[in-house]
Design a protein around this ligand. Structure first.
Ligand code: NAI
Ligand code: UGA
Length: 432
């Protein structure tokens, strides 16, 4: 099938590449000329494990091409995916200017039947807005489908190739048939393609992300309470998670959820609620609790240093919002670093993939370490913000010879409390 993907970020590029992998002829369109030039010369512009192999293979097979021209994209694809940003607007709602801007142009440019697929995360009712924006300028038949994406960064290729489910929100039989044909190769394992109306599909995406964010936040509160009453959240987590109704996943406490989606999506669902005369009390709390969780280690650090962080140096391990990505959008590490800088501390930071993004954000305000041990030289404490695998079994003797004082504040519970104590560290983690 001939496919175009408009917007070639984490979702668009993975979608385009994986659809090419199953034999489709894919054109990826992006407004960012630099990005498109990179892709044309074979460079994957983001860090996403395993994407490079598929990317290269499909470019070689001429199934994956790139352009900055929306016009070419609309000419090429029978199915047009919109994988455009839907960032948080000032009032917390999802900003639809990218989606509706492109929809407006689609109406002007299409000359034959197209299926326009919204893959971005958008509030309930957006498909009607997209339809209206296209219809305003088009005299041609077209259909709009809502097909929310559930991939995780760091596992995006795997999640796309082997999805637990595919949600298709549509009312046109013709469009549904085309979408089912396109996705058939991805559901061989028996996982379902779930067809529903557009509004339910749009809400499914927000409900899923908000539920997961709530699950994490609930566990963060249990962890905070564990500290008050002398319980161990790791034990509570295992004790709870073995109940299959609860499940083991997404129960890991830490310094809050971050990323380009959970924070904005929870806020957008809350705002959608308010716009429709419904106040999501639970989401209000999730937002508040997560905001304070991001800096939950700060009072503990301050208490240790007698409320004076001025001139103290902190090593920070892990800057991306989670492991296996270079994405720092809404990363808890950024909130920690900003808070520490504002209190006069100095930072030596390291992340395996996110250093260029962090450099853009902080410039010379922090020291960008050349490796994880460089970030621990002469520090008063080490702070762990992201649980990259390479941090899990550090060379303890190297750490000890580097660090000025043996303080570790661990926002991701990487180490055994008694092991760290036996090694002579003052080790503070979450809920233990
Ligand atoms: N990042 C993720 O893991 C997931 C994101 N989503 C949703 O997917 C959507 C896209 O997210 P990301 O891929 O993370 O965004 P992104 O910011 O990584 O990529 C968006 C791309 O769209 C391009 N763009 C902007 N305006 C354009 C225009 N007028 N024409 C062509 N290209 C244009 C940008 O240059 C950028 O390359 C959002 O709604 C997000 O909530 C859904 C599931 C997972
Ligand atoms: O809509 C999206 O963009 C995506 O958002 C999340 O994916 P992602 O943000 O890539 O990452 P997650 O693995 O879900 O982690 C999100 C945040 O929660 C935190 N988290 C996750 C799990 C956990 O147990 N504890 C915890 O604190 C992570 O550290 C991270 O900051 C969802 O998992 C995807 O299904 C969804 O498609």
């Amino acid at each position: 099938m001939r496919i175009s993907v408009i917007g070639t970020g984490y979702v668009g590029l993975v979608t385009g590449t994986c659809l090419a992998e199953t034999g489709n002829d894919v054109l990826c369109v992006d407004i960012d000329e630099h990005k498109v030039n990179q892709m044309k010369s074979g460079i994957v512009p983001i860090y996403e494990p395993h994407l490079d192999v598929l990317f290269e293979r499909n470019i070689k097979a001429s199934r994956l091409k790139f352009s900055t021209s929306l016009e070419k994209g609309l000419e090429h694809g029978d199915i047009i995916f919109l994988a455009l940003p839907t960032p948080e607007d000032e009032d917390g709602s999802a900003d639809l200017k990218y989606i509706l801007g492109v929809a407006d142009n689609i109406g002007k440019l299409i000359t034959e039947y197209k299926v326009i697929v919204d893959k971005s995360t958008v509030p309930v009712g957006t498909s009607d807005k997209v339809k209206a924006a296209i219809a305003k300028n088009a005299n041609i038949e077209f259909d709009v489908v809502s097909n929310p994406e559930f991939l995780r960064e760091g596992f995006a290729v795997d999640d796309f190739l082997k999805p637990e489910r595919i949600v298709i929100g549509a009312s046109s039989e013709k469009a549904i048939k085309l979408m089912e044909k396109l996705y058939k190769p991805f559901v061989r394992s028996g996982n379902p393609i779930i067809v529903m109306d557009e509004r339910s599909a749009e809400l499914t995406k927000y409900a899923a992300n908000s539920f997961l964010a709530t699950k994490i936040t609930f566990m963060n509160e249990i962890a905070n309470f564990c500290e008050k009453v002398g319980a161990d959240v790791d034990k509570v987590r295992v004790g709870m998670g073995t109940d299959s109704r609860i499940g083991k996943r997404f129960l890991f406490p830490g310094i809050g959820y971050g990323g380009s989606c959970f924070p904005k999506d929870v806020k957008a669902l809350f705002k959608s609620g308010m716009d429709n005369d419904y106040e999501f009390g639970i989401l209000k709390s999730v937002i508040e609790v997560n905001d304070s969780q991001k800096t939950i280690l700060i009072p503990k650090i301050e208490a240790h240093f007698n409320n004076s962080l001025k001139g103290k140096t902190f090593g920070v391990w892990g800057l991306a919002f989670k492991p296996e990505t270079d994405d720092i959008r809404e990363a808890p590490s950024l909130y920690m670093i900003e808070e520490l800088l504002s209190k006069g501390a100095k930072i030596k930071a390291f992340d395996p993939e996110a250093m260029p993004n962090v450099k853009n954000k902080f410039g010379d305000n922090i020291y960008l370490a050349s490796d994880m041990y460089d970030a621990t030289k002469d520090v008063d404490a080490l702070i762990i913000c992201t649980e990259w695998s390479i941090f899990r079994t550090p060379d303890i003797s190297k750490l000890k010879s580097n660090m000025k004082a043996f303080n570790v504040f661990d926002g991701r519970n990487l180490y055994d409390v008694s092991d760290m104590k036996n090694e002579g560290f003052n080790y503070i983690s979450i809920g233990r």
